[in-house]
Design a protein around this ligand. Structure first.
Ligand SMILES: [Mg+2]
Length: 193
């Protein structure tokens, strides 16, 4: 494979924004950019996978998104009972469980219900090979957060191995360095295969 093609593949794993925690997301920045739809992962993004209910920080965050006029949809690979309980307590009306990320079918169904330009849609999650890959495959914006707990729960050792390789690769290419958080560049376009 040529160097150029390899470079373009790396771009599939490039988040628009990389923050330590959802609490660091600048909602005003999203609003200024015209973001209208926020598709959010649950486990290890908003709460650790073993925490059943949203805490005050999560509630505040969701409230801020709502006040900014941005619609929020929860999308998780976890089972319906887990996601629906969390969503109800968090006051989130729309959610998708068993999303089978990194496949894009479920995400696509959320997007296609709305008449929105892809640049007005942002995904947030803690896993590059799931959350960021889906966003980029659909040509949407994305926010990568540091996982709340580093765990192998529901993550096969193969996925873990892949995620590590991807971080390493992105660092080598000066695209992203683990722990080197930045407010990124919404609206930046990069070439994809
Ligand atoms: Mg997650």
């Amino acid at each position: 494979m040529s160097k150029r093609r390899k470079g373009l593949i790396s771009n599939f794993f490039r988040p628009s924004i990389y923050v330590r925690s959802f609490k660091d997301v600048n909602i005003n920045q999203l609003k200024r950019h015209g973001i209208k739809l926020f598709i959010c992962d649950l486990d290890n993004t908003l709460v650790p996978h073993y925490t059943k209910l949203p805490n005050r920080d999560v509630m505040n965050f969701l409230e801020k998104i709502k006040s900014a006029g941005i619609e929020l949809v929860l999308m998780s690979n976890n089972v319906n009972s887990r996601v629906s309980l969390f969503a109800k307590r968090a006051g989130v009306k729309e959610y998708k469980a068993n999303a089978k990320k990194p496949f894009k079918r479920v995400a696509k169904s959320i997007i296609e219900k709305r008449d929105l330009d892809r640049s007005k849609i942002i995904f947030m999650g803690d896993q590059i090979i799931m959350d960021i890959l889906v966003a980029n495959r659909l040509k949407c914006e994305s926010i990568l957060v540091q996982p709340l707990v580093s765990t192998t729960y529901k993550m096969s050792s193969f996925n873990l191995f892949l995620e590590k390789r991807i971080y390493k690769n992105l660092e080598k290419k000066n695209i992203l360095k683990r722990g080197d958080f930045n407010n990124g560049n919404l609206g930046e376009t990069f070439e994809l295969l």
